[in-house]
Write a protein that binds this ligand. Structure first.
Ligand SMILES: [Zn+2]
Ligand SMILES: [Zn+2]
Length: 158
């Protein structure tokens, strides 16, 4: 597969405990989707308010899926303000270089503030697995379809 950002070949690597395709040239990361939906309730203690509103609206990206060549959709993952792009055929997610490090730093800060003993690296890996889960991809896809149909549908109930 080729990097959707710069066209260099992607190589398989394990970063922050997650297997992914990494571009040596620009440092971007491609995460193929996996069926790990069972992690959702096990690992994440979001509370009911958080669930279901983790994804903020999506828009077409300028990059193309390295697997099928379809235009990627960009969206914001509300937790950690993470910007990602994904293939709505369910092939995977694209993360810009350094985004993973930024998220890890945020998690480490949070660890300190909460005084909880959480291993940031493990949590990051869990997050990434969560994002790659089939059920989450479905949620993102629904958002995209809504955006394309541009129905005046309220995203949050009052
Ligand atoms: Zn690249
Ligand atoms: Zn694709």
């Amino acid at each position: 597969m080729k990097c959707p950002a710069c066209g260099a070949p992607l190589g398989q690597k394990t970063r922050d405990g997650v297997e992914m395709e990494v571009c040596d040239s620009c440092g971007g990361m491609w995460l193929t989707s996996q069926e790990l939906a069972e992690l959702e309730d096990e690992v994440f203690d979001f509370g009911d308010d958080e669930k279901g509103s983790l994804m903020l609206g999506s828009a077409p990206s300028s990059k193309k899926c390295p697997q099928c060549g379809k235009q990627l959709q960009s969206f914001k993952y509300r937790l950690y303000e993470l910007n990602m792009e994904f293939c709505d055929e369910g092939h995977g997610f694209w993360l810009e270089a350094g985004e993973d490090k930024r998220v890890l730093e945020l998690m480490k800060d949070e660890e300190k503030n909460l005084g909880r003993k959480v291993i940031a690296e493990d949590r990051f890996a869990a997050h990434m697995r969560y994002l790659r889960s089939g059920s989450l991809l479905d949620k993102v896809r629904e958002l995209t379809i809504d955006a394309i149909a541009s129905k005046p549908k309220p995203r949050f109930d009052p």
